[in-house]
Design a protein around this ligand. Structure first.
Ligand SMILES: Cc1cc2nc3c(=O)[nH]c(=O)nc-3n(C[C@H](O)[C@H](O)[C@H](O)COP(=O)(O)OP(=O)(O)OC[C@H]3O[C@@H](n4cnc5c(N)ncnc54)[C@H](O)[C@@H]3O)c2cc1C
Length: 380
């Protein structure tokens, strides 16, 4: 028995989700990849089927499930390498800001739509001059009577085109301190002054609509401040533990799945009349990858249990995030070699995994930033 205690309800939920994905998502994967976006209808289907925002309480239409439901959704979506219909980003990264810091009125207004998939969310921190250094963001938010006026540009925003609600980080230009001036705001689609820029054409995760967002004298009501004024940076840092944990969960699930494919391929594929897996070099490569995946899994499962129990595992989460993203990339590079020319074909399962996973060492904090912060925990 592992450290994670999945119940019969969890297992039933996993099987239902797997069946839903096989029916409603997998057949559309290539169509969405080519369109570079997932239709909003697909989000609604997923929401109506009960697979979005599982942690949101029943009061707002959610399942009121524990963290293991979020883990299941992330693992199952990762296993089919679904980048565009990114439930993890919406359900477990963005919506938790509203759930944790929103007023009762904000929760009543937005959470039911987030659960049903009628509202797709995005979080907008990154700017052309502020990526790793979130404190360097320049978008401004100035109070004017009962309103806030927002100006600035956000870039590389996932769900950038589809989103109906943005959790936006912006600073009060009157406060000089890099962190104390940052607050979070809720900006709805259709607010005058909020427009979309380019749909960014990436090397991977093609079905995910990553876009620029522009705010030009965009006026929102003061009641759309999320959480305490000036506490934006702290809220972002607090929620990064779960964001990085979700990334690690996806990385390990993908690694496990791809490895399974590789082992089967090496058993079945004949080279000089013998299965590829008979070669000592191939055996060693697969044995090393299996060891890495299992070590990452063991560390991760303990973290999941600790996170679910409300423990502060900030440093360990960074270790898991960077180790698992580096592992899955190294592994995919080796597996691409094992598959040979077949691995390069769009019809093989490897090509899309290979390019989709490249981003994992960059988003949710780069490997270098993870190591820099881990070193701080070491007192260095
Ligand atoms: C597909 C995709 C989706 C994204 N989705 C979102 C989203 O939804 N919302 C959002 O706000 N952002 C999003 N991002 C942005 C993402 O969070 C940033 O890419 C990430 O934080 C890194 O910032 P950067 O790319 O600007 O790199 P930079 O910060 O410019 O870093 C460039 C290089 O310098 C290194 N570096 C930087 N600072 C240091 C340092 N102090 N010490 C050592 N090395 C350093 C980095 O590790 C990296 O190798 C997304 C990005 C991508 C590619």
């Amino acid at each position: 028995m592992g450290v994670l205690k999945y119940t019969e309800d969890h297992e039933r939920f996993r099987l239902n989700l797997r069946e839903f994905l096989a029916r409603e998502v997998v057949p559309h994967t290539m169509e969405w990849e080519e369109a570079h976006i997932v239709p909003k209808e697909a989000w609604k289907k997923m929401g109506k089927a009960g697979f979005l925002c599982t942690a949101i309480s029943k009061e707002y239409g959610g399942l009121g499930g524990d963290f293991l439901y979020s883990v299941i959704v992330t693992e199952e979506m990762a296993a089919i390498s679904q980048a565009g219909l990114c439930a993890m980003l919406h359900s477990d990264i963005v919506v938790p800001y509203i759930n944790a810091y929103g007023t009762e009125a904000q929760k009543k207004k937005y959470l039911p739509g987030c659960v049903s998939g009628d509202i797709i969310t995005a979080v907008a921190m990154t700017e052309p001059g502020a990526g790793s250094d979130v404190g360097g963001l320049e978008a401004t938010a100035e109070e004017d009577g009962d309103e806030i006026i927002i100006n600035g540009t956000k870039t590389f925003i996932s769900n950038g085109l589809n989103c109906g609600l943005v959790v936006l980080a912006a600073r009060n230009p009157e406060i000089e301190d890099k962190h104390a001036g940052v607050s979070l705001y809720l900006v709805e689609d259709g607010t005058p002054g909020f427009t979309r820029g380019r749909h960014l054409d990436k090397m991977g995760m093609h079905s995910q609509d990553t876009a620029e967002l522009f705010f030009s004298n965009c006026r929102i009501p003061k009641e759309n401040i999320l959480g305490q004024k000036g506490a934006g940076f702290l809220m972002l840092m607090e929620k990064l533990q779960q964001e990085r944990l979700m990334s690690a969960i996806a990385n390990v699930a993908i690694a496990e799945n791809v490895l399974k494919e590789a082992i089967a391929y090496c058993r079945e594929t004949l080279v000089d009349g013998k299965p590829l897996g008979r070669s000592q070099a191939v055996k060693f490569a697969l044995a090393e990858m299996t060891t890495d995946v299992n070590l990452n899994r063991a560390f991760l499962d303990n973290l999941i249990a600790d996170h679910a129990a409300g423990k502060d595992v900030t440093a360990q989460t960074m270790m898991s995030k960077f180790a698992s993203s580096e592992m899955v990339n190294t592994q995919l590079s080796t597996i691409m070699d094992l598959f040979g020319e077949y691995g390069l074909l769009e019809s093989s399962p490897i090509a899309r995994y290979f390019r989709d996973q490249r981003i994992t060492t960059i988003f949710a904090g780069t490997t270098e930033i993870m190591k820099t912060i881990i070193a701080k925990f070491l007192g260095l």
